[in-house]
Design a protein around this ligand. Structure first.
Ligand SMILES: [Zn+2]
Length: 655
């Protein structure tokens, strides 16, 4: 399920592909709501005392006038010790004419957008009942456009988009994603010039002889209330196939406005390739016994209705995004809107995976970098505190971009093969597949597959705010002929929650005459120093070279990089020796010493005969020439003093 998300993607696409100007409104809306950081919660809709097993929507819809007449069947099980009444969510503006229970009329009252239904007796835990609701009216359009009588090219277009709270605008349901029906039927009767499209398989088309026909769609997999959809127009139907094995294929059925067909066709033709890429990475397409498809609608974004995404834009990114939602959103649905990142973060990350599969790692990295730039604008936690506001749930920086970056970071921590193993295991794990999940479900599977404790990771990235801001300072020191020391100081600016981020961080060291080496340090203090012995001479250091971490970083190096620094006080033997009349003396002043340095010459009696150096010297190697033309043959001594260091050597002048 995604709506807004694609809405935002659309904005990006508009900038690139330039479609129409309507989408720019969305930018200002998003900007306007971005600063909200409320922590209020709504009373979650949906009667917790029932467990829905089945929905049947039997809807007659007219365009002139705009009107809906419906009979909705709800089969449910009692989920409490004794139940004498229950409620469904349905907006007040729709009129309920009658309710039957097991074919007998029962009393009801409809207020506060709840349809309260009296049962014919007290039902015990686990007992099933079936209610039919006869209702009619003009559905309102709330949220992102829950039920729209629209148009295209002068022709009728009717569509729904229920996420997050819009299903009750057009049919009585338990309006929470936490309770999926095991199956559903969606029958839609419209004028014969229109094709009504919905979820699952088309099992029958009935000509009613009154200028209408009825399309009967059947859903045989569990489905959440907000993923049930309608899309109605004078569609051109275009069917292609995804051959997922030697003998089996999945129909990909596209319902496209006739005037858009030539433009849209080359885009939907990419769908089988995307199905292949995602099947390989996530596991089999979840609804192989049904279909995948697209139904064009008039909203600027797109929405991952189960087996039939509603599409208002057709970029590669949007097509891939909605398809990926069939796994992450539809197969596994976030249990409540607090955890919407399990839908939107995953679908957004999947766009980068498709780019990686078709264009390579560099294009993937560019895509991730763009998401990171957006993710840095996220205000508040990825866990959505205030789910009463649609724009808080579908915040593009947070639920989409930062959610995607969390998966990229997880991939960095566990490595590629483990990461994709986590995704495949999660997809079909019995605790969540064809059901619902919260962050902790995904965390448990990620920990189980990787064998790692990842609590720190999810706590700070899903329930914490912002991102680390690193200051990194490093230096290198030669320890002996073959070993160097990398000193690495990592400090973080103080954040609110968490105060600082715990992360494993990759460090790439380039060396002289050796291959590059990649090491990982576990940074779990706000100010932390690492000393890492490195075989071979260190040339340079790169912090998080694969850009796995959402971060700002400032790197400084302590010494002039690339110059081999002396570390010991050295006074070398002069050369040549014996000499006539001049010789060279080399000496080394060690690191971090800037002392008065003298180099003096003495004869065998201890008389000072020359001063070659008498000055402050920086650390470094030096060479000085000594001209002995004024001296006689014999033995001389030269003495170097620098701070606490001192050494003397002998030399012979032969004239
Ligand atoms: Zn989405």
């Amino acid at each position: 399920m995604k709506f807004l998300i694609s809405f935002f993607l659309l904005i990006i696409n508009v900038l690139v592909y330039s479609q129409d100007s309507e989408h720019h409104c969305a930018i200002s809306k998003i900007e306007r709501f971005k600063s909200l950081n409320k922590i209020t919660q709504i009373n979650y809709p949906g009667d917790s005392k029932i467990d829905v097993k089945y929905y049947k929507l039997d809807l007659k819809i007219t365009y002139s006038p705009n009107y809906l007449r419906g009979i909705v069947t709800v089969k449910a099980k009692t989920d409490t010790t004794s139940l004498s009444s229950f409620y469904l969510d349905l907006v007040n503006v729709l009129t309920v004419d009658s309710v039957t229970l097991n074919n007998q009329s029962v009393s009801f009252f409809h207020s506060s957008n709840k349809l309260n239904i009296q049962l014919d007796r007290v039902y015990n835990q686990g007992e099933e009942f079936s209610a039919m609701i006869y209702y009619r009216g003009v559905p309102p359009s709330t949220g992102l456009g829950s039920f729209v009588f629209g148009s295209h090219n002068g022709q009728p277009a009717i569509w729904t988009l229920s996420e997050p709270y819009g299903a009750k605008d057009w049919w009585p349901c338990k309006d929470t994603p936490a309770d999926k029906a095991d199956s559903a039927d969606i029958w839609i009767t419209v004028s014969t010039n229109l094709i009504p499209v919905s979820n699952g398989n088309l099992v029958d088309v009935i000509l009613n002889g009154d200028g209408t026909h009825t399309y009967k769609w059947k859903v045989s997999y569990p489905i959440a209330q907000y993923l049930i959809s309608l899309a109605i127009a004078n569609y051109t139907e275009y069917k292609i196939y995804f051959n997922y094995s030697a003998n089996d294929s999945l129909p990909v059925v596209n319902y496209i406005y006739p005037e858009s067909f030539s433009q849209v066709k080359p885009q939907v033709d990419k769908t089988p390739t995307m199905l292949s890429v995602f099947s390989e990475r996530f596991g089999p397409y979840p609804f192989l016994n049904e279909k995948y498809g697209h139904a064009q609608f008039g909203w600027g974004g797109a929405m991952e209705h189960q087996t039939i995404s509603s599409m208002g834009a057709w970029s590669d990114g949007i097509i891939a995004h909605e398809l990926a939602h069939q796994w992450y959103g539809d197969l596994i649905t976030c249990k409540d809107w607090h955890h919407i990142w399990l839908n939107e973060g995953f679908a957004t990350y999947s766009e980068a995976l498709f780019i990686e599969a078709t264009q390579g790692i560099a294009a993937y990295n560019t895509s991730i970098n763009n998401r990171m730039n957006s993710a840095k604008n996220a205000v508040g936690t990825i866990y959505v505190q205030n789910i009463s506001d649609v724009w808080e749930i579908f915040n593009s920086a947070r639920s989409y971009a930062k959610g995607a970056v969390v998966l990229h970071m997880l991939r960095g921590i566990v490595g590629d093969s483990t990461f994709f193993n986590i995704l495949r295991t999660y997809s079909y794990h019995p605790t969540v597949a064809y059901g619902v999940a919260v962050t902790e479900d995904f965390q448990a599977i990620a920990e189980s597959v990787s064998g790692m404790d990842l609590d720190y990771f999810f706590q700070q990235w899903i329930y914490g705010e912002n991102y680390p801001r690193y200051n990194v300072n490093w230096s290198k020191t030669q320890l002996n002929d073959s070993l160097w020391n990398l000193r690495l100081n990592i400090s973080q600016l103080t954040n609110t929650n968490p105060v600082f981020f715990t992360m494993p961080i990759q460090i790439k060291v380039t060396r002289v005459g050796f291959a590059d080496t990649l090491i990982t340090v576990f940074n779990n203090q706000q100010n932390q120093e690492f000393n890492i012995p490195i075989p071979g001479q260190i040339n340079s250091m790169a912090f998080d070279p694969n850009n796995y971490i959402l971060k700002n970083v400032n790197v400084t190096v302590d010494v002039d990089d690339g110059i081999e620094m002396p570390i010991q006080f050295v006074l070398e033997q002069n050369y040549p020796n014996p000499f006539n009349p001049s010789t060279k003396i080399r000496y080394v002043i060690p690191n971090e010493v800037r002392n008065l340095t003298t180099l003096k010459i003495y004869d065998v009696l201890g008389n000072e005969v020359a001063t070659l150096v008498n000055d402050y010297r920086e650390a470094g190697s030096y060479e000085i020439e000594f001209d002995a033309s004024a001296l006689t043959s014999g033995v001389y001594f030269y003495k170097l003093t620098s701070g606490k260091f001192s050494d003397v050597k002998k030399m012979i002048l032969i004239r």
